[in-house]
Design a binder for this molecule. Structure first.
Ligand SMILES: Cc1cc2nc3c(=O)[nH]c(=O)nc-3n(C[C@H](O)[C@H](O)[C@H](O)COP(=O)(O)OP(=O)(O)OC[C@H]3O[C@@H](n4cnc5c(N)ncnc54)[C@H](O)[C@@H]3O)c2cc1C
Length: 391
């Protein structure tokens, strides 16, 4: 039945992109098969972590703010539906490396928030010290607090999406690693796994995150995987690192990449750096460079002195799937009928989880979606304009 117009879909990869579109397509009546090497959520998936930042602050980029406004509505609904909330709206402290002036990330985000009717609060160094006492604002003379932000228990969210999908009839194969596509002429009709099984469908969606460019050679010049360090530290008094005194934060993120989270009740504090990272294949062994711990502690000594000597519990190299322009990649392969790519999270995809399923499903069904144009297939260096296909 492979390739027949029966609306069946095989999705490769059960991270947040794959799990959310599996659920959405099933709700729309498709027959859906979700493949992953497993167990799911996969321990090496970018989506599998204790926390991810949810923010709408994107400098002057109104597109992502609007997309996140819609995603926050989705997170609120998920929280309500799930009983146990997995999105925690702590607010976010965005510290600027210099006084906030036009062109700076914090300034432009702040102005756009105001323009779109949000309520960020601008803070001087003294106000930062008074309200968020763990911070020494020696390197951050200004900041703003955005109450509409927080973090999500990302691994739990993916587990929930997969469980809901299964309940509705998504067929999940958690020991199925795609090796190759099955093609008939110019049409992709299925997927062959490492153990020789074949899964055929009308549509194949490759949503394998950082593994995608290894699976599809046509992506290699368009996106690549980079390793990014995450550290977990232990604090003795978690309440000093919890809201309202300590919230999700970024510190001059556009220049330095620093961001982090409040303490969990067991005292775990996660801090990470969002940067160019190190290019390596997702399947290569993952080692955090030993120099990183010193770099983290140097930052703490100046800005978060109470963390400077905190014991490190663990660290991890997590793989981004960076596209050449930082926008996600959600479109049909223009040269292979039936094949759709949904990847390229570029280090910022998780927060949009409630919107990912509907966007990917609309693209698959060739329905208009006001956000999809930004994620369409594009040549490297191509200027992006509105695309009539999506309006
Ligand atoms: C360190 C780090 C910090 C981040 N912080 C944030 C943040 O704070 N906020 C935010 O919004 N975003 C953040 N992101 C980005 C976000 O995590 C990603 O954009 C998103 O999780 C990507 O989801 P995905 O489904 O594309 O990929 P993944 O979650 O990696 O899932 C891909 C899946 O494909 C499967 N797979 C691989 N190969 C095969 C195969 N051959 N066959 C079948 N299945 C396969 C894998 O097992 C995996 O389950 C961060 C990312 C990293 C790495």
């Amino acid at each position: 039945m492979g390739g027949q117009p029966d609306g069946s879909v095989v999705i490769v990869g059960a991270g947040v992109f794959g799990a959310s579109v599996a659920l959405e397509l099933r709700k729309r009546g498709h027959s859906v098969t979700l493949l992953d090497p497993g167990p799911v959520p996969h321990v090496l998936a970018a989506s599998t972590d204790i926390s991810k930042v949810l923010r709408m602050d994107y400098g002057a980029d109104e597109f992502y703010m609007e997309l996140m406004e819609a995603a926050f509505e989705g997170w609120d609904k998920w929280n309500e539906a799930w009983g146990q909330p997995l999105f925690h709206q702590t607010g976010m402290l965005l510290l600027a490396g210099e006084p906030m002036v036009p062109g700076g990330f914090e300034h432009d985000s702040y102005q756009l928030l105001l323009a779109r009717g949000h309520h960020p609060e601008r803070l001087s160094a003294d106000q930062i010290r008074a309200r968020f006492p763990a911070w020494d604002p020696v390197d951050h003379p200004e900041a703003y607090f955005n109450p509409r932000a927080g973090w999500a228990e990302s691994g739990e969210v993916v587990a929930r999406l997969i469980a809901e999908g299964k309940k509705l009839g998504v067929r999940v194969f958690a020991g199925a690693e795609m090796r190759s596509l099955i093609e008939r002429g110019s049409r992709v009709i299925g997927v062959r796994t490492g153990d020789g099984r074949e899964f055929e469908a009308e549509f194949i969606v490759v949503a394998a995150g950082a593994w995608s460019p290894s699976l599809l050679p046509q992506l290699r010049d368009l996106m690549w995987s980079t390793g990014q360090p995450i550290f977990h530290f232990q604090v003795e008094e978690p309440e000093s690192f919890q809201p309202p005194k300590f919230v999700v934060w970024s510190a001059d993120i556009a220049s330095t990449g620093w961001y982090g989270f409040p303490a969990l009740d067991d005292g775990t504090v996660k801090v990470a750096n969002h940067g160019p990272g190190r290019r390596q294949a997702a399947s290569e062994p993952r080692h955090v460079d030993s120099a990183y711990e010193g770099i983290f502690r140097e930052f703490f000594r100046r800005s978060l002195p109470a963390l400077a000597e905190a014991p490190m519990i663990s660290n991890r190299l997590c793989m981004y799937c960076d596209t050449w322009d930082g926008d996600f990649w959600i479109d049909y392969d223009p040269e292979r009928e039936g094949l759709l790519v949904a990847a390229g999270g570029s280090g910022h995809g998780f927060k949009f989880a409630p919107m990912l399923g509907p966007i990917i499903a609309d693209v698959l069904e060739r329905k208009p979606n006001r956000f999809a144009h930004r994620f369409r297939w594009r040549r490297r260096g191509e200027l992006k304009t509105e695309d009539a296909r999506y309006s």
